[in-house]
Design a protein around this ligand. Structure first.
Ligand code: SAM
Length: 192
């Protein structure tokens, strides 16, 4: 699936609409691993106060060129230095699967700490088992990265360990040459 292009994906747009409705007004939202900013701009169009960060300065260059009205910066998901209780939401839209397996729990814990009560994360990723070395992507572009595949239940457990409460999970079946995908949202509990 060409994740990142939203036009052919009504269920993905529906998930973003629900996320936007839930977090709008709670505080700023960060699109972590925003790539060229397609989804960042989509959320901004839904009235969310959103900015994007990406490890790749080239991606951020594209995002700034394509969406000059939005804020983008270069940073790694592992070193965001997020202030506790400062964000309404955090998006990890097919951008966290490169993180080494042992690093993802720490990153999710840092996301959980950064949320305001009621704030949400929304994470989409490839479903499967094991780690896949990729040498080609985007219809023939040479790349060098490892995709760490996750089962939805494993992600549920990581999110629960981070102290977040599940909100929704959307599973998309394998389609054509693409693997199954999962999208899950979870929120910081409201203080009693
Ligand atoms: C498949 S692209 C998805 C981009 C965007 N979320 C979208 O759907 O259009 C994955 C993105 O994650 C970024 N990325 C990978 N590892 C990252 C990290 N540790 N911190 C921040 N971004 C990262 C890559 O540079 C790339 O732009």
């Amino acid at each position: 699936m060409g994740i990142g292009g939203l036009a052919p994906e009504p269920w993905l747009r529906a998930a973003l609409a629900a996320f936007a409705e839930d977090v709008r007004g709670l505080g700023p939202v960060v699109d972590v691993g925003c790539g060229p900013g397609t989804v960042t701009a989509h959320l901004a169009g839904l009235g969310v106060d959103v900015s994007g960060v990406d490890l790749s300065s080239k991606m951020i260059g594209h995002a700034q060129r394509l969406h000059p009205e939005l804020r983008f910066s270069v940073a790694s998901a592992t070193e965001l230095d997020l202030e506790d209780g400062s964000l309404g939401g955090i998006l990890g839209w097919w951008s966290l699967f490169n993180l080494p397996r042992e690093v993802l729990p720490e990153v999710l814990a840092s996301f959980a700490r950064a949320l305001v009560p009621g704030g949400q994360i929304l994470i989409g990723t490839h479903v499967g088992d094991g780690d896949v070395a990729r040498t080609e992507a985007y219809d023939g572009v040479p790349v060098q990265w490892t995709t760490h595949l996750w089962q939805p239940e494993q992600l549920d457990a990581l999110v629960a360990s981070a102290g977040l409460e599940p909100v929704a999970q959307l599973r998309l079946p394998a389609s054509g040459q693409s693997r199954p995908q999962v999208l899950l949202s979870a929120r910081c509990r409201l203080r009693p």
